[in-house]
Design a protein around this ligand. Structure first.
Ligand SMILES: NC(=O)c1ccc[n+]([C@@H]2O[C@H](COP(=O)([O-])OP(=O)(O)OC[C@H]3O[C@@H](n4cnc5c(N)ncnc54)[C@H](OP(=O)(O)O)[C@@H]3O)[C@@H](O)[C@H]2O)c1
Ligand SMILES: *[C@@H]1O[C@H](CO)[C@@H](O)[C@H](O)[C@H]1NC(C)=O
Ligand SMILES: *[C@@H]1O[C@H](CO)[C@@H](O)[C@H](O)[C@H]1NC(C)=O
Length: 321
C-alpha cells in the first residue's frame, strides 16, 4: 500500500468525522442567543463590518430583537446586499447602511458626524470590522493600514460616539479582539508602520493587543457613566478573514476550518452575549472568550500604566491638529 492508498482508506474519513464531532460538541457555547429573550425594541446599535462574516450575524441578531441597526460598511454594494438580507430574515425594516472606511480617519469623522446628526440615541456599538495579512501600506494619515483599520479607526469612532452613548446609558461597547493578542507586542513605532514585520498574522496580532489595552483604559475612564466597554474573542471562525493571504494558506484554512472551525453564526455568539445578555449587564473592562466565559487576557493587556500611555498616544494620533 502506498501513501495515497492509506489516505483513501475509509477509516480516515471516519476518524476525521468523529474528531470533527468531538470538537464541535466541545466548543458548543455556554450561552445560546436563541434561548435569550432580551428585546431591543427602541434601542439603536451600530455594527462595523456588518456586511459579511461575524459582523453580519451580530447585526442579524440585533435586528431579530427589534433594534434599529446601523450597518457601518465601506462598500455600498456589499452593504446593500447585507441590508436586504438582514431586513428579509429578521422582518425588521429599521436597518440602515452608513458608509465608512475605518482605515481613513476623515471617513470615520464623517460617519460619526452623520450618526450624531441623525440618531437620538446609541445603546450598542460593536467594533467588529478588521483585517489581517495586509501588506505594508501607509494611509494618508501616516498610519499603517492594518493598525488604522483594526485599532485607530475604531478607537476614533468609539471616542466620537461616546457622548451620545453616555446620554443613552445604559449602553455597551463591544470590541472584537482575538486570542492572537497574546502574541502581540506594544511598540508605538508600529502605528506608523515602523519596526513591523509583515509576515502572516504578525501585525494583526499586535493590533488585537491594542484593542484590549485601549478598551480596558476606556472602561476605566467610563466608570460611573453607565457605558461599559469589553473585548471578546469570537473563536476561530470560518470567514473571509484570510482574504489577503496566499492561496495555499487559504486552502488549508478553509479545509481544516470546514471540519473544525466555528461558522460565522457561531462566531457571533460571544459578541452578542457581551452586547445584550442580562448576565453581562454592568460588566466592564473585561475580556470574554469564545465560549462566553470571562478569562484573563495576556499580562500586557492588563497593565494599567501601559494602557494609560497607549490610550493617550492613540488620542494624539487620531486628533485633528
Ligand atoms: N475569523 C476568525 O477566526 C477571527 C478570529 C479572531 C478574531 N476575529 C475578529 O473578528 C472580526 C470579524 O472578522 P471576520 O472573521 O468576520 O472577518 P471578515 O469576514 O474578513 O469580515 C471583516 C469585515 O470588516 C470589514 N472591513 C475590513 N476593512 C474595513 C475598513 N477599512 N473599513 C470598514 N470595514 C472594513 C469588511 O468589509 P469588506 O467586506 O468590505 O472587506 C468585513 O465586513 C475582526 O475584528 C477579526 O479580527 C476573527
Ligand atoms: C524599534 O525597535 C527597537 C528595538 O525593539 C527600538 O529600540 C527602537 O526604538 C524601535 N524604533 C522606533 C522607531 O521606535
Ligand atoms: C499570531 O498569534 C497566533 C495565535 O496566538 C500565533 O499562532 C501566531 O504564530 C502569531 N503570529 C506570528 C507571526 O507571530
Amino acid at each position: 500500500m502506498n501513501m495515497l492508498d492509506i489516505l483513501h482508506h475509509p477509516l480516515w474519513a471516519f476518524c476525521a468525522a468523529l474528531l470533527a464531532l468531538v470538537v464541535r460538541l466541545q466548543r458548543r457555547g455556554r450561552w445560546d442567543p436563541k434561548a435569550c429573550n432580551v428585546r431591543l425594541k427602541g434601542k439603536t446599535a451600530v455594527v462595523t463590518g456588518a456586511n459579511t462574516g461575524i459582523g453580519k450575524f451580530i447585526a442579524l441578531d440585533f435586528a431579530r430583537r427589534g433594534a434599529r441597526v446601523i450597518l457601518a460598511c465601506r462598500s455600498e454594494a456589499r452593504g446593500t446586499a447585507a441590508l436586504e438580507e438582514i431586513r428579509e430574515k429578521s422582518g425588521n425594516s429599521d436597518i440602515h447602511l452608513r458608509l465608512v472606511d475605518l482605515s481613513i480617519l476623515d471617513s470615520v469623522r464623517e460617519f460619526a458626524k452623520r450618526i450624531l446628526e441623525e440618531e437620538k440615541a446609541l445603546h450598542i456599538l460593536v467594533n467588529n470590522a478588521g483585517v489581517s495579512g495586509l501588506p505594508r501600506q501607509i494611509t494618508k494619515d501616516g498610519l499603517d493600514a492594518s493598525f488604522a483599520t483594526n485599532h485607530l479607526g475604531p478607537f476614533l469612532l468609539t471616542n466620537l460616539l461616546l457622548d451620545l452613548m453616555k446620554r443613552s446609558a445604559p449602553a455597551r461597547i463591544v470590541t472584537l479582539s482575538s486570542v492572537n493578542h497574546k502574541k502581540g507586542h506594544v511598540d508605538f513605532a508600529h502605528f506608523h508602520g515602523e519596526n513591523l514585520t509583515y509576515y502572516m498574522d504578525k501585525v494583526y496580532n499586535h493590533t488585537k493587543l491594542h484593542n484590549i489595552i485601549c478598551t480596558n483604559e476606556l472602561a476605566r475612564r467610563l466608570r460611573g457613566t453607565g457605558v461599559t466597554a469589553n473585548s471578546v474573542h469570537p473563536g476561530i471562525v470560518l470567514t473571509k478573514v484570510l482574504r489577503h493571504y496566499p492561496l495555499m494558506v487559504r486552502c488549508i484554512f478553509n479545509f481544516i476550518g470546514f471540519l473544525f472551525f466555528k461558522s460565522p453564526e457561531e462566531g457571533a455568539v460571544s459578541s452578542i452575549y457581551c452586547a445584550v445578555a442580562e448576565d453581562t449587564e454592568g460588566i466592564t473592562g473585561k475580556y470574554f472568550d469564545s465560549d462566553c466565559s470571562l478569562v484573563l487576557p495576556s499580562p500586557l493587556a492588563r497593565d494599567p500604566a501601559l494602557a494609560a500611555k497607549d490610550f493617550e498616544m492613540c488620542e494624539r494620533l487620531t486628533s485633528k491638529l
